[in-house]
Design a protein around this ligand. Sequence first.
Ligand SMILES: Cc1ncc(COP(=O)(O)O)c(C=O)c1O
Length: 379
Amino acid sequence: MIPITKPLLGPEEEEAAVAAIRSGWVTQGPKVAEFERAVADFCGAEHAIATSNCTTALHLALTVAGVGPGDEVICPSMSFIATCNAIRYTGATPVFAEVDQQTYNLDPDAVEASISPRTKAILVVHQIGLPADLNRFYDLAEDRGLKLIEDAACAIGSRYRGREIGGDAELACFSFHPRKVVTTGEGGMITTNNAEHARRLRLLRQHGMSVSDAARHSSSQVVIENYECLGHNYRMTDIQAAMGVEQMKRLPGIVARRLELAARYTAHLRRHPWLRPPHIPEYAQPNFQSYSARLADDAPLSRDDLMQRLLDRGIATRRGIMLAHVEQACADLAAPPLPASEAASAASVLLPLYPQLTDGEQNQVLAALDEIAGERAAA
Ligand SMILES: Cc1ncc(COP(=O)(O)O)c(C=O)c1O
């Protein structure tokens, strides 16, 4: 069986987790601080603030951006549902805008057309690690006085115009779920270049508490903390962060192998009769968190049929990116017509991609795709 993904974890992560347990610091402590520094340095951002996952990171990023009840935040429907859920946690309303037909990232023109007097922010998603055209969004946000927050859940190690995602961000949120390029089991991180945002994020993730546990424990004076705002418990543990420090060392190698495998898929799919490789714009170097292929309009079988035929051959796939607006959880949200999102979601399929996938295993996937095309041509 070839799975859709596999986290790359080894003895280094195992030993780091054990060392954290033995150290006695199991919740947020020195390893979280070390992991934050590693991510900030990798991205080229001044600050990184770890959280329990990316959904909580998004909630906090929206909060420090000033998003609250009565506001609207423009986002794609074509994203994991956590994107729109995080907006709803603040009391604001998600306003779904259309995606670009080729990249599946938010279409800046559609975003502009969705701006209303209540719009407070744009939540742009770097979908499956493919950077959105950030300059267009920076300009739009600046011209219209809006906040720009980046849902970079899948995008650690991706580059926009040669710069790491998260490096130039006012607020970018990453996920370390096992489906992502590097993992801490569960985990999130916000990068920012704004010191006041960083201070508030650190408060909010820890009950609004003025002193961290690490600072209190290392002080020779008695420290009585205070609570200056309504906070949350969105902390990462030191056990997770210890894994994260090791994962960050692996990240460049993981991305390099993903790029190699993606290039092999693309070279093959260019010759496939009805399955198309993803479009990568010249400004983007994705990390290929997922490899999304698209069935041509005249494909002789449905996407689900293709997935089943691959599964019958021992190859796991996943449907492309979901649509939030068709889910019951979003039934109370108004959605404009989103034909490009609906067409892209229905026609796309994610193929197996992870650094341990061997060339031989990938060849099996390619052969299966050719075989299915042969069967359909003969039918
Ligand atoms: C685009 C996007 N945003 C947010 C999330 C939520 O991340 P987490 O599972 O770390 O909360 C995900 C996770 O898959 C995602 O893909």
